[in-house]
Design a protein around this ligand. Structure first.
Ligand SMILES: [Zn+2]
Length: 134
């Protein structure tokens, strides 16, 4: 870090301001960049709900739609500390998964998939959590 600062001609204050801004605006990136040896890398995580796994192999691509089907009842949910989190919703016996993610060019911030009966919905929920579907 000191070498980078010297090469860029930054003062210590400038470096600290940049680090503060990074911690505030991109906390997950700040951890990777500023505290790579910190083993407490989920410091902003309440550690209550599960985290979706990183996709393995060739995950099944679910069909996500940005149109809201209305408010369902939240049955299960993943932790919100990452870039993407998921909720399993019930609409009176029909189940969908809601995906909330940071805005990207090709992915809407909120989208929905499903329309399943319960056993099928839990199977897809399991696959999403285990990285076999996304
Ligand atoms: Zn978390």
């Amino acid at each position: 870090m000191t070498t980078v600062r010297r090469d860029l001609g930054l003062t210590r204050g400038e470096e600290q301001r940049a680090a503060q801004r990074l911690r505030r605006e991109y906390p997950w990136l700040a951890i990777l960049v500023l505290d790579p040896e910190d083993d407490d890398d989920w410091r902003l995580c309440p550690r209550v709900s599960p985290h979706p796994s990183i996709p393995v192999g060739q995950p099944v691509e679910l069909l996500w739609c940005a149109d809201s089907p209305g408010d369902g009842r939240v049955i299960e949910y993943t932790c919100t500390c990452g870039m993407t989190n998921y909720e399993l919703l019930s609409y009176g016996g029909i189940y969908r998964i809601r995906r909330v993610t940071v805005p990207r060019d090709d992915v809407p911030p909120v989208s929905y998939t499903g329309g399943w009966r319960r056993p099928e919905a839990y199977e897809w929920w399991r696959r999403v959590l285990s990285g076999q579907a996304r």
